[in-house]
Ligand binder design. Structure first.
Ligand code: KIV
Ligand code: NA
Length: 263
């Protein structure tokens, strides 16, 4: 199989094939996800909660993400590898570049950062220097203290207009993908129609170009609260491969997310 590239993902969108993404933090699970046929792998800063036991993503460092990205990369997946720029690592375009280089050199093929139009100059600075960008809008966990908790976003007319304006600004700056987290399904659909960049939803409805979940959530290995958008795909499955294949199949045939997973 050929390595998954950004143009290949764009072609999938054009053809109406949903894009699958899961978080992953190590070589063994990367090999497993890859043989099951996952399209993209995110070394998310959720590793701060899932692997390190923190109660938020804020303590995660660039070195932490680079360490896990290198572990994922050593499995040489066909899937495209994305890595999160963690909290505090992209306050200026120059900082973002220095830190993104660490992640790209560890094996990332795209980096993700959280925030709206204020990041447009940073996105342009990075893409001009050869670093593909995934944006992240809606519920942005690095801003949990600003948001006052892990809450659904985009619930008022003003908030909807803000998210649309942010998405357009980031797209104009050169972002090729955006994760949409915990927003009404109607807004996920509108954004997907509005944007040429690829929309990857987590609690953003079934109409996004693709879907992402945290691997441990999908396997039913969640230490804490189970979010509405999470589905335990291990239920009734004999092994992890079967659960991952069921997730991929459900995203591709649009049976996941169902109404019970949406806002
Ligand atoms: O860190 C992460 O796992 C993420 C996904 C939930 C999109 O950013
Ligand atoms: Na993240």
């Amino acid at each position: 199989t050929k390595p998954v590239t950004i143009p290949a993902l764009q072609t999938m969108r054009t053809k109406g094939e949903k894009i699958t993404m899961l978080t992953c933090y190590d070589a063994s699970f990367t090999a497993l996800l890859d043989r099951c046929g996952i399209d993209t792998i995110l070394v998310g800063d959720s590793l701060g909660m899932v692997c390190q036991g923190h109660s938020s993503t804020l303590p995660v460092s660039v070195q932490d993400i680079a360490y896990h990205t290198a572990s994922v990369s050593r499995a040489k997946p066909t899937a495209l590898i994305l890595a999160d720029l963690p909290f505090g690592s992209y306050g200026t375009p120059e900082m973002a570049f220095t830190n993104a280089v660490q992640l790209m050199q560890a094996g990332a093929q795209m980096v993700k950062l959280e925030g709206g139009a204020w990041l447009a100059p940073t996105v342009r600075f990075l893409i001009e220097r050869g670093i593909p960008i995934c944006a992240h809008l809606g519920l942005t966990p690095q801003s949990v203290h600003q948001l006052g908790g892990y809450k659904v976003q985009g619930k008022t007319t003003e908030a909807v207009e803000q998210i649309k304006a942010d998405a357009l600004a980031l797209q104009a700056a050169g972002a090729s993908m955006v994760v949409l987290e915990a927003i009404p399904a109607t807004l996920g659909k509108e954004l997907t129609a509005l944007l040429t960049m690829l929309t990857i939803g987590i609690g953003a409805g079934p109409d996004c170009a693709g879907q992402v979940l945290v691997l441990h959530d999908l396997l039913g290995v969640f230490p804490g609260h189970k979010a509405r958008f999470v589905k335990d795909f291990m239920e009734g499955k004999p092994n992890i491969d079967a659960a991952i294949k069921a997730y991929i199949a459900a995203v591709k045939d649009t049976s996941f997310p169902g109404p019970e997973h949406c806002f």
